[in-house]
Design a protein around this ligand. Structure first.
Ligand code: HEM
Length: 516
């Protein structure tokens, strides 16, 4: 009986899936789209039913994942973006692959990437994140388009201004002090110890964003972000199942996701209500991101003559969830790759430490001092170039438009492969795969031949809102670590960069730390 019901359910799901594919195919008509692009000289793979190149992409990635990589090699684009890498090699920098019935055009020419991301005439949109996923991880400003996006971005921007970030500095220094104390305690009386720094740095950036976002409501903030982190894992698990309509089934996974979402919303509503009461009673604080967001929201409403706040409670909740999702993992992998690179290149570790000690001595870092950190900044940019946390950006045409001499019909996905561009010798020179922070000595725009070609934080109006936040946090954490420890690669470290949601070290980041 139970098996019969299960088979019936599988048949229904199979039927739904086939209907969905047929509808998608009929609306997009992949052969027509492919013909239109090929007729204009664009080449690439042919459309394969039903998944396009997605299965091939997964197969290539899985094969690359098992290959050992030399410790000193930074030539990662073939490993991290194998489908793009092979297609560009065979068909050129502007070529075509498929996601199901949708053509994906690879643009690995920085000039075209800047043109797309600048989106001067509003021809491009971000790829749509499924609504259920948005609800879980919080789409916030990154999930909106047009006027709604512009309004949200205007309200959020002030919270990330440099002078506001000054107030968040104690969040960064406190969290890093706690991390350093933990590492020192774990060493006991010994001088050196192996530590997998990646989970440690995830805790650091998770805690830093909790403190910076919620300040006085830290304990609830930590609880929220802990659940949010579980949501991200559950969401990844759910998307990997590839079952249409899965979210509506009363499975254990779905029940857990819904219970988590309810708990987060309850906690957030409580904090927001408390802040609103404090603001009404004239006790407004402007120390944390949530305060700044709420004040900016009220100011925007006053300026536009509206009696109601421009962003609703749900909007604010969405933004806060997004800050965690967008800011925690990216900054932790940046710091992780930086410690690994400085372990592989001790001469740069020495130069960075000399600079930190010259600027701060053994004292705690401050905002003015971080502006003087030239070597540290060059190191961070070079790490972001070689190991960009976000390896690819995507846009979609939604009306016919011309780009680089080719007319794109609506519904074409554009792949902007950050890793491949960052490892292109035509753009960066023959030494492209070497760790050479000195290429950033005169800033980002002078680092490449074709300027600028650095897209780790995106480009144009939708450039990362949190880049100052992330760089400040990374500078403070790195300075304090350099003040207290010297470090090198542990023999148990395996060099295996792998793209999950961000570019991660597949087997951890084991380094030998030594107290100074
Ligand atoms: C090293 C750290 C980080 C990296 C590499 C990074 C990278 C990026 C990139 C590439 C984009 C553009 C995506 C696109 O155009 O499709 C982006 C957008 C965004 N980032 Fe970051 N990010 C980092 C840290 C942060 C932090 C700390 C926050 C917030 C606390 C944050 C919040 C956002 C938001 C809200 C957007 C969406 C902006 C919009 O759509 O207007 N990011 N980030």
């Amino acid at each position: 009986m139970a098996i019969g019901a299960l088979l019936e359910l599988l048949c229904v799901l199979g039927g739904l899936w086939l209907t969905w594919r047929a509808l998608e195919w009929a609306c997009l008509n992949p052969r027509r789209l492919g013909r239109a692009l090929r007729a204009q000289g664009l080449h690439g793979t042919a459309y394969r039913f039903p998944s396009g190149d997605l299965a091939e992409e997964a197969r290539l990635l899985a094969a690359e994942r098992t290959k050992p990589m030399p410790l000193s090699s930074h030539a990662i684009s073939g490993r991290v973006q194998p489908l793009v890498y092979n297609t560009v090699k065979e068909h050129g920098k502007i070529s075509m692959v498929w996601a199901g019935p949708t053509p994906r055009v690879i643009l690995s020419d920085p000039k075209l990437v800047r043109e797309v991301l600048s989106n001067k005439f509003g021809h491009f949109r971000k790829a749509k994140i499924p609504a259920n996923l948005l609800k879980m991880i919080g789409g916030g400003v990154s999930g909106h388009e047009g006027e709604k996006w512009a309004l949200h971005r205007k309200i959020i921007n002030p919270a990330f201004h440099l002078e506001k970030l000054k107030k968040m500095l104690p969040a960064f220094t406190t969290c890093t002090s706690e991390l350093i104390k933990r590492w020192e305690d774990s060493m006991g009386s010994g001088k050196a110890r192996e530590i997998d720094v990646w989970p440690e740095l995830q805790d650091l950036t998770g805690d830093a964003i909790s403190r910076a976002a919620f300040g006085s409501s830290l304990s609830e903030g930590r609880r929220i972000f802990r659940i949010q982190s579980e949501q991200v894992q559950l969401a990844t698990h759910m998307t990997n199942l590839y079952i249409p309509g899965y979210t509506y089934l009363p499975t254990k996974l779905n029940r857990r996701i819904k219970a988590n979402a309810r708990e987060i919303e309850g906690l957030l509503k409580g904090i927001i209500a408390k802040k609103e009461r404090a603001m009404k009673n004239g006790h407004a604080d402007d120390g944390d991101l949530l305060d700044l967001l709420m004040q900016s929201n009220i100011k925007e409403s006053k300026d536009s003559g509206s009696s109601k706040p421009m962003m609703t409670m749900d909007d604010i909740i969405g933004e806060l969830k997004l800050f965690y999702f967008a800011g925690m993992e990216t900054t932790s992998v940046l710091l992780t790759w930086t410690l690994l690179m400085l372990s592989m290149h001790p001469e740069w570790q020495d130069r960075a430490r000399e600079e930190v000690l010259r600027v701060f001595g053994k004292k705690q870092s401050d905002l003015d001092g971080t502006h003087q950190l030239k070597v540290v900044t060059m190191v961070l940019y070079e790490v972001l170039r070689l190991y960009p946390p976000i390896t690819v950006l995507e846009r979609q045409t939604y009306k016919e438009m011309e780009l680089g001499g080719i007319k794109y019909p609506p519904g074409v996905k554009l792949l902007l492969p950050v890793v491949t561009i960052h490892h292109d010798p035509d753009i960066w020179g023959k030494d492209v795969d070497e760790f050479k922070p000195e290429r950033f000595a005169e800033g980002i725009s002078k680092a490449s031949k074709e300027a600028p070609a650095f897209f780790s934080f995106g480009w144009g109006p939708r450039i990362c809102i949190g880049q100052n936040f992330a760089l400040l946090e990374a500078k403070i954490a790195l300075s304090m670590i350099l003040q207290h420890f010297s470090f090198g690669l542990s023999p148990s470290y395996t060099h295996a960069p792998f793209p999950v949601s961000t570019l991660q070290p597949d087997h951890g980041a084991q380094i030998m730390l030594e107290k100074i």
